[in-house]
Design a protein around this ligand. Structure first.
Ligand code: 0O2
Length: 235
């Protein structure tokens, strides 16, 4: 086969794979919709309690074909639909961002209770951040989707949970990696330092929140004590 024939053949194969991927992406979208509804229901139920809500931001996306191809290439996975189904577990992805770092664990505990979410894998990069400083919790789930044509299927979906500051770090680092695949060691070192600094910031934020909550409850109890004393004096 000549070089130009090979290029044409490759183009035809990629078009065929893209069509298969689009079908798979539709199943992933269905899994994403079901899961988002369950998460929104949980968020609303928590809001009804009137207590501080651990959810701050909920985002979702379906990986583009280009991004899946890139992941297969960098990870050395074969480029066919069976391999994508088997290896790329984050075609459907949800990201939950919390204000405080300890809200992440609270939410994981609640998500674990959602029936039908089927958490099959948990990667805790908060307890053990990646060497570059990346910090989040990734939950690998298998969501049952009924497709009229093929019956029911278990479709993988990844839920990422992280604090505000971890989200800021990951967004900037992702952006930089996108612009420059091989950042210099100096840049990598700086990102690691920023990650450490943000970890301290997260700990301080919890301390401030708890200090504020304790002062508020002291104030409330002293106010109610004063109120009670005023009422007794009036009697
Ligand atoms: P996008 O644009 O978000 O789709 P594995 O078992 O290793 O395959 P793992 O550990 O869950 O799975 O992580 P994986 O597959 O490397 O990355 C999944 C997603 O987590 C990434 O998707 C990122 O969103 C996020 N992520 C993981 N590691 C890093 C990191 O070092 N920096 C940043 N900024 N994000 C990270 P994509 O496909 O990279 O991007």
């Amino acid at each position: 086969m000549s070089m130009s024939e090979k290029i044409v053949q490759h183009g035809i194969e990629m078009e065929a794979l893209k069509l298969e991927y689009n079908k798979y992406a539709a199943e992933s979208r269905a899994a994403l919709r079901l899961t988002l509804t369950r998460i929104e229901n949980l968020k609303e139920a928590l809001e009804m309690t009137g207590q501080d809500n651990p959810f701050d931001l909920i985002e979702s996306r379906i990986k583009t074909f280009e991004s899946v191809k890139g992941k297969c290439k960098t990870r050395g996975y074969e480029l066919n639909i069976e391999s994508i189904r088997e290896n790329v577990k984050d075609v459907a992805g949800i990201r939950i961002v919390t204000k405080y770092i300890d809200d992440v664990q609270k939410l994981v505990g609640l998500l674990e209770k959602i029936p039908g979410l089927n958490i099959v894998d948990k990667k805790d990069y908060i307890t053990e951040p990646k060497p570059n400083g990346y910090s989040s919790i990734h939950l690998g789930c298998k969501v049952e989707v009924f497709t009229g044509v093929d019956g029911s299927k278990l479709v993988p979906i990844e839920i990422q949970l992280r604090s505000y500051s971890m989200n800021l770090w990951a967004t900037l680092e992702h952006d930089l990696k996108y612009k420059n695949e091989n950042p210099s060691p100096e840049v990598t070192k700086k990102f690691k330092r920023i990650a450490e600094f943000l970890r301290e910031f997260d700990e301080e934020a919890i301390a401030l929140r708890d200090y504020h909550e304790i002062s508020e409850s002291n104030l409330e109890s002293s106010t109610s004590k004063e109120n009670a004393e005023t009422i007794i004096n009036m009697v």
